[in-house]
Design a protein. Structure first.
Lengths: 115, 114
C-alpha cells in the first residue's frame, strides 16, 4: 500500500532505565485514551487506558499521564526490559454520535531497549 | 489475551486475483474494525461495523469491501488485487464496558500482491 504518513520516531534506552513515550492527540473532545504495544509481526496489544476525568493512571511498571490543556499523553515504563522493545501507539476516541468507539491512532514510537 | 483470529497470516498472490481476508472473534463483540498498516507506519481505519448488517467506510479510502452477516465474523474482500494493496491488514473488535471502549486486535494478515 501507499505510505500516507511519516516514518515513526524512535527511542533507545538501556535496560533498567525508565522510558517516556509521548503522544500529542488531535481532538479536544476525546474522552478516552489507550496505549497499545505492537511487537514485530503481531497486532497491537492493550497496555493501559485513561479517561479524560483523570490525569494519571498507574499499572504494572507503566504509568499514563494526561494533560488535556495541551492535548498531550505520555507513557512511562519503569525499569525498561528488552521485552519492552516494540512500537507504541496512543489512540483516542470520544463518546457520542456515530463516531462512538472509533479510535484515532497517533504516529507511534519505536522503543528499542539495549541489554 | 483477546480471542480474535485472522486467516491467513501471510498471503502472496498475483495481480487480478480475488481474495478474502477472514476475521473472527469469540467474545460476542458487536463492533468490529479493519485497519491497514504499512511496515513501520500508523494504523488507518478502512472499515468498521457496529453490528450485524452494519458496515461503514473508515477514514482511509480503500478498494476493499466488507460484510457482517454474523456477529462473530467480519471478512474483508478485494475483488481484484493490485500491488498497491500490499500491506498488513489488522482486524479488531470492541464492546463498551463501564463507559470504556477498548479495541482488541487480531494478529494481522500480511498481504503481498505481485
Amino acid at each position: 500500500g501507499e505510505s500516507v504518513g511519516l516514518h515513526l520516531p524512535t527511542l533507545s534506552v538501556q535496560e533498567g532505565d525508565n522510558s517516556i513515550i509521548n503522544c500529542a492527540y488531535s481532538n479536544s473532545a476525546s474522552d478516552y485514551f489507550i496505549w497499545y504495544k505492537q511487537e514485530s509481526g503481531k497486532g497491537p496489544q492493550f497496555i493501559i487506558d485513561i479517561r479524560s476525568n483523570m490525569d494519571k493512571r498507574q499499572g504494572q511498571r507503566v504509568t499514563v499521564l494526561l494533560n488535556k490543556t495541551v492535548k498531550h499523553l505520555s507513557l512511562q515504563i519503569a525499569a525498561t526490559q528488552p521485552g519492552d522493545s516494540a512500537v507504541y501507539f496512543c489512540a483516542e476516541t470520544f463518546a457520542g454520535g456515530t463516531s462512538y468507539g472509533k479510535l484515532t491512532f497517533g504516529q507511534g514510537t519505536i522503543l528499542t531497549v539495549h541489554p | 489475551e483477546a480471542d480474535i483470529y485472522q486467516t491467513p497470516r501471510y498471503l502472496v498472490i498475483g495481480t487480478g486475483k480475488k481474495i478474502t481476508l477472514e476475521c473472527s472473534q469469540t467474545m460476542g463483540h458487536d463492533k468490529m474494525y479493519w485497519y491497514q498498516q504499512d511496515p513501520g507506519m500508523e494504523l488507518h481505519l478502512i472499515h468498521y461495523s457496529y453490528g450485524v448488517n452494519s458496515t461503514e467506510k473508515g477514514d482511509l479510502s480503500s478498494e476493499s469491501t466488507v460484510s457482517r452477516i454474523r456477529t462473530e465474523h467480519f471478512p474483508l474482500t478485494l475483488e481484484s488485487a493490485r500491488p498497491s494493496h500490499t500491506s498488513q491488514y489488522l482486524c479488531a473488535s470492541s464492546e463498551p464496558r463501564l463507559a470504556k471502549e477498548t479495541q482488541y486486535f487480531g494478529p494481522g494478515t500480511r498481504l503481498l500482491v505481485l
